[in-house]
Design a protein around this ligand. Structure first.
Ligand SMILES: [Zn+2]
Length: 111
């Protein structure tokens, strides 16, 4: 979602994009981490975080690991053809809410 400011002669003079982070919880331990997504927030982002790519534990687990400061090299080293540290599923991780750069907080898994 963006706020676009247009001058009287039709030029875009400012564009304020709303980005977001989300709180992701490892349901095995109860630990919650804030992951800085850095992407623009759209109305359909709720769908993306629940039914789309980030509705799955594989992406949520990677986000949880990154939010804990794990390096991309370490992430790469954790997974090979025989071992997937973040298998697909819908039990292990929950996204509690999305925290938008304009101050809004949107509940995701737990409405
Ligand atoms: Zn998956």
């Amino acid at each position: 979602m963006s706020t676009i400011v247009i001058s009287p002669d039709g030029k875009v003079v400012a564009e304020n994009k709303v980005t977001y982070s989300f709180h992701v919880r490892d349901n095995r331990t109860g630990e919650v981490r804030l992951y800085e997504m850095g992407c623009e927030w759209f109305d359909h982002t709720v769908w993306f975080l629940t039914e789309g790519n980030f509705g799955c534990d594989c992406n949520r687990g990677e986000s949880f690991a990154r939010a804990g400061g794990i390096s991309e090299e370490a992430l790469d080293a954790m997974s090979d053809d025989d071992n997937d540290p973040f298998p697909c599923g819908h039990e292990r991780y929950s996204i509690i809410d999305a925290v938008l750069s304009d101050g809004r907080v949107i509940r995701i898994d737990e409405q």
